[in-house]
Design a protein around this ligand. Structure first.
Ligand code: GLC
Length: 527
């Protein structure tokens, strides 16, 4: 079976469903637990794990695959189950330190529990089960071109190990490094890839989110072990400090002291329809439809403070673009993506209503999508571009979100053509498109999160938007360049430097939606 080599730095030894991560440090291996908003230093189970041969010589790690971390003398670490890490071998010694500093040592003669509840395990049985588990998982990976296969296998492994029991279901976390929860729009992007392996698991990602819908229809930003993040009072302290630093840079506007809802862009119906297209399931559609309708309506009743029919984001996190220059003008903004997603969502609700045999509902949704498009054009298209508003007024901000109205597929030809031309201009088009802020903008920073780096969800949505708006050649070229960048950069990072196509300085690795959308893009036919 072709496998994935784990480097124990970016790619820890871990398992589907397990909180335990084994990583390498200069003094040996370290085992820590992935927990919501908790640094690994605070959850370390043991450090300095090393293996010696009978003569006392240190034995190096020879290889690490998803099923087994193997030392050069045949000693192995394996997962017996998600909470049990065993060490197995003969004629060798292992030593390590517990988190309180206590030294531990063990003469190896069989299979010993290293972390987890005490129990008797057979080395061969543990190995056979681990290999079979991974074989089954990789057998579900969609077919991709040979030059993309190695990165796709890495992505497919990432999707498995990022699955954890959260919020009553098996949820896919963005990364076991730093993002241990189920984030709203991440879950929807994850579902897009999981539908290839297990439509039930894909549906679970959406259901996990909908299970935690608030009484007024709002979907939370994050579902985590202690509950949900759905308004500013739920934010971890570290986030508040970070937000104070970057929101309102330009005019000093403070974040509101009272509770403000926090959510993510409205793409749930988009994801549901994709899952349904690959694996039709009318009972699922029927069960989610009323919840999707309430989630959609929430934007108009609770997130449109000036009541002009064009909802706004009331918090940076709700846009998903935390530190975008959009937020330099204060904590209430309307970049052109939000209303584009709502138009898209109304069209997908129409498709769902049709599938459920409700043609009157479907017609109503399509009429709403058409009217919403007219309003967006009338109020926000200035003849050359879509404007971003902050605090209700236009601001001189340019971001890749300006191009997102392409996703509706409903723009007049001249408007769509102007957006496509801008996307292909030197402002955005380079060897590694698309920067999230244009190259020539004063706010452009190739390393700073949403202020320049390339993100796969933006590229994915715009590839789809270009197709829907009839720009097949550009869509194909953007897909080709996106796949090449991820193939060549070395890992499934959170975001990439658009000048070099390499990992941006602070980007995390093993990132769920990068893995998911890479696999889904790779699995699409070459155009
Ligand atoms: C960051 C991103 C946001 C994402 C979250 C979890 O905050 O800006 O869009 O949902 O991480 O991956």
């Amino acid at each position: 079976m072709p496998t994935v080599e784990l480097d124990l730095v970016e790619r820890p030894f871990t398992e589907r469903g397990s909180r335990l991560l084994v990583t390498a440090a200069p003094d040996g291996l370290r085992v820590a637990r992935a927990e919501y908003e908790t640094p690994l230093d605070a959850t370390t189970e043991l450090t300095a794990l090393v293996v010696h041969d009978p003569a006392g010589r240190l034995v190096p790690v020879a290889s690490t695959t998803p099923s087994e971390l193997a030392f050069a003398n045949g000693v192995s670490l394996m997962f017996a189950d998600p909470s049990t890490l065993v060490i197995a071998g003969q004629h060798a010694h292992a030593s390590w330190r517990l988190s309180d500093g206590t030294a531990q040592a063990l003469a190896l003669n069989g299979c010993h529990v290293l972390v987890g509840p005490p129990g008797g395990w057979s080395e061969q049985a543990v190995r056979t089960a681990a290999e079979a588990r991974w074989e089954r998982w990789f057998a579900q990976m969609p077919a991709v071109r040979p030059d993309l296969a190695e990165r796709a296998r890495m992505a497919w492994w990432t999707l498995a190990v990022n699955l954890l029991p959260i919020g009553g279901r098996e949820g896919l976390v963005p990364s076991k490094y730093g993002y241990v929860g189920v984030w709203n729009w991440d879950a929807l992007f994850h579902a897009v890839a999981l539908r290839h392996a297990s439509p039930a698991l894909a549906r679970d990602q959406v259901l996990l989110l909908l299970d935690h819908q608030l009484p007024d229809g709002q979907l939370p930003d994050v579902v985590h072990d202690q509950g949900v993040l759905a308004e500013t009072t739920d934010l971890p302290r570290s986030d508040l400090a970070r937000l104070t630093e970057h929101v309102g840079r330009a005019n000093g506007t403070a974040l509101s002291p009272s509770a403000v809802p926090v959510t993510k862009p409205p793409l749930a119906a988009w994801a549901v329809w994709k899952i349904h297209r690959s694996d039709p399931d009318l009972p699922f559609l029927a069960s989610v439809y009323p919840k999707l309708v309430r989630a959609h309506t929430w934007w108009f009743t609770a997130s449109d403070p000036d009541g002009d029919g064009l909802p706004e984001y009331l918090h940076p996190y709700s846009s998903g673009l935390d530190d975008s220059p959009v937020w330099d003008y204060g904590p209430r903004a309307e970049p052109p993506d939000l209303n584009s997603y709502l138009i898209l969502q109304a069209d997908r609700l129409a498709d769902i209503a049709d599938a459920l045999g409700r043609p009157a509902d479907a017609a109503e949704w399509r009429a709403r999508a058409a009217a919403h498009t007219e309003l967006l054009l009338a109020k926000r298209w200035d003849g050359t571009r879509f404007r971003t508003l902050a605090g209700g007024s236009p601001v001189p901000v340019r971001t890749v979100l300006d191009l997102m109205p392409l996703i509706t597929g409903r723009l007049p030809r001249a408007v769509a053509a102007a957006l496509e031309q801008e996307l292909r201009s030197s402002h955005y088009w380079g060897e590694h498109p698309l920067p999230t802020v244009p190259f020539d903008d004063p706010a452009f920073d190739p390393d700073a999160m949403w202020r320049g780096p390339v993100w796969l969800n933006v590229n994915y949505l715009l590839i789809e938007g270009l197709h829907r708006s009839g720009f097949t050649t550009t869509a194909t070229e953007l897909r080709r360049r996106t796949l090449a960048m991820v193939r060549d950069a070395g890992g499934l990072y959170e975001y990439w430097n658009p000048l070099t196509g390499t990992r941006a300085t602070h980007a995390t690795s093993g990132f769920g939606w990068s893995a998911a959308l890479f696999v889904d893009l790779a699995a699409q036919p070459d155009g």
